[in-house]
Design a protein around this ligand. Sequence first.
Ligand SMILES: Nc1ncnc2c1ncn2[C@@H]1O[C@H](COP(=O)(O)OP(=O)(O)OP(=O)(O)O)[C@@H](O)[C@H]1O
Length: 683
Amino acid sequence: MNTDNIFNVNQLHEGQLIVHMEHGVGRYDGMTIIETRGIKAEYVILTYADNDKLYVPVYSLHLISNYDGCIDNVPLHKLGSDVWKRVRKKAVDKVRDVASELLDIYAQRTIKNGFSFSYNKKKYQLFCKQFPFELTSDQCKVINEVLSDMCKPIAMDRLICGDVGFGKTEIAMRAAFLAIENHKQVAVLVPTTLLAQQHFDNFIERFANFPVHIEMISRFRSTKNRNQVLDHTAQGKVNILIGTHILLQNKVKWHNLGLLILDEEHRFGVLHKEHIKSIYSNIDILTLTATPIPRTLNMAMSGIRNLSIISKPPAKRLRIKTFLCEYNALLVRKAILREVQRGGQVYYLYNNVKNIEKTARRLANLVPEARINIGHGKLKDRDLEKVMNDFYHQRFNVLVCTTIIETGIHIANANTIIIEQANQFGLAQLHQLRGRVGRSHHQAYAYLLTSSPKELLSNDIHKRLEAISSLEELGAGFTLAKHDLEIRGSGELLGSNQSGQMKTIGFTLYTKLLKNAIEAIKYGSELSLEKITSITDIELHLPAILPEEYIPDVNTRLSFYKRLASVENYCEIEILKKELISRFGVMPNEAHYLLMITVIRQRAQNLGIQRIEGSNKGGAINFSNNHYIDHTYIINLLKQEPKIYRFDGQNKLKFICDLSNFRTRLQYIADLLEKFQQHTIKN
Ligand SMILES: Nc1ncnc2c1ncn2[C@@H]1O[C@H](COP(=O)(O)OP(=O)(O)OP(=O)(O)O)[C@@H](O)[C@H]1O
């Protein structure tokens, strides 16, 4: 998964903090074009301590990333000082430890053989036909990934990231069906009683035409009922058991558990998750989340955990219109009236149980046309269950509630949510709350209210609320996870001692180093910073740039430069070329040269070439000590063409020929690299 898409550098604004792999934390101050001996080149300007400037050539943008370390007023590093190198070294040492820890977890699960499920296509198709909607392409893809994991003899540990309302539940249903078909029991673990009740209703409805015994245990059920359910579960009479943290208690015994579905993972603590891993270490685990926490994202991005993404909403889904403003009675009345008059329902979120009755009365006076009721976690179990049931069956249309509705609650007819004191909530929480509406094809509305302008103006709160109201587009869960990280602190990455490192070098760079560390350990080599930072230096004395006349917007140019600097193969360059042509038309020569140099750099890097020079009368190639080109081939080249090639010292091959035409110069070097490519000694 290309993490740049999530934390890419092209969403930069001047003054934003950047971290450069070699020089540390600086400030992005735009881009500039510098002309040297008639040749234009574009640079990113970074400002460091004492207002020192660093001009980063656009082909080295893979060395810079957002600084999202979440330390306010972090000092800029001083160019040339070794402070950054010490900080980076400490982080790299820690990253190595974390990488081996992650790989241990991964290895343990890989070693522990899991059950290999087999599926009866006819019965499975029968189950699929009962789904009332057409699956989105993402849902199809993710379902196939899950089923294929379950059919492997390795314990599945897959994370499904899909924004609120994007249809994650159906994926869980199909996985559950396959497990039951294989005579395995299914545990569905959810964070709240309401969600347990909702999942219970959903599963009962979804499996109505199949002989499946489904039960739920939560505080909504009597002790007698709970004990009876646990007995039946231990005897294997229950196929699917849905519950809250109660499922993690030792008194829960299974006859033949095969699949654990963990819904809204971000609502469980680290201890819960470690406990789950210790109890269920070799069964298949399917985790669903809408707002992945950094640790989850991190594990997935470093390849430790299989990740599936549902990035597209179901058809006809409209983005939720979000309004951020001060509390205003008239606005509240209008919002509620509009919803109830179109036959819809409203969540009115007031997260203070002590005064919630008073608030409900205030609303009843404000909107006498509405039928209002109250729901919160302090109600007696059966009262809360009745309130939610009545709301679901539209016996009233305004639910004044606390955050108990936060995760997963699905009432398709509720399409307005009004949140008082919105400034009290985190981003992920606001996103989850907002996701309670707009779960069908109706236009939904979210009002984030604060009680006074001062709250609205406080920097952190304002950023948070701005982030959520600006991110109306569907699928914003990932972005918010990052915003939450930036605004509310480094969060739990891999335990508190790691978040310290993340703060000093930034989450993006930390993740990049971690990914490299894991690759290195997997392939038995060392995490080498040299490998990450080294880049073949190419000086061909020709213009390689995206001219302003071609792409006027500086951020768009930056985005393309960054993507070019991060390409990993020739196909990616071709894709970028097609995108440039389709968006901006025929490429000018300078852009052609830029792409050709990128190809040359990519090839040279893979061959272990340190530097390539080219000019009107020829050029030179500097090999690194451990380059991959067959020495015999190079010697033969010198023998066959003594007028063109000669060695200049131990590692420098010079070539003399007429390269005054830019295209000829580029093609000559590309051809020479192609010949080297055919004569490598890579083992
Ligand atoms: N392909 C689809 N087309 C139309 N509607 C769908 C589709 N898939 C699911 N839905 C419906 O969308 C609504 C939300 O689905 P679901 O509850 O699975 O979302 P979710 O991803 O679990 O959301 P949350 O993260 O809030 O729990 C449900 O009514 C579901 O039936």
